[in-house]
Design a protein around this ligand. Structure first.
Ligand code: FES
Length: 106
């Protein structure tokens, strides 16, 4: 059974933005992006090395790590530069305007 954690409110993430939120119990903030009306949530920890993706250049669901420039897709977790790397994603759900993530990634 997944642990459901409150991350933010829907209106905290304006359309086409990507923001990081501290969540109790997690070592790294959760990145939440709203792209094309859909919400995506991932860890902010780059799977290459321990660098935060927060503030990385973004285009749509793609974000560039400030560390070495690898590009990850927030929707799939896929990495353009290394097929063995995958960004940890979280399933998003809402209760009213409260945005939750499931702690178990998919
Ligand atoms: S630390 Fe992110 S690409 Fe190397």
């Amino acid at each position: 059974m997944a642990l459901r954690l409150l991350v933010c409110r829907r209106q905290d993430v304006p359309p086409e933005s990507c923001l990081a939120f501290e969540v109790d119990g997690l070592d790294w903030p959760v990145l939440v992006a709203q792209v094309g009306g859909r919400f995506y949530a991932t860890t902010s920890e780059c799977p290459h090395e321990e660098v935060s993706l927060e503030g990385g250049r973004r285009s749509g669901t793609r974000i560039e790590c400030p560390g070495h420039g690898y590009i990850f897709d927030l929707a799939t977790g896929a990495c353009d530069h290394d097929p063995h790397l995958c960004l940890r994603r979280y399933r998003v759900s809402f209760d009213g305007d409260d945005l939750y993530v499931d702690l178990i990634s998919f």
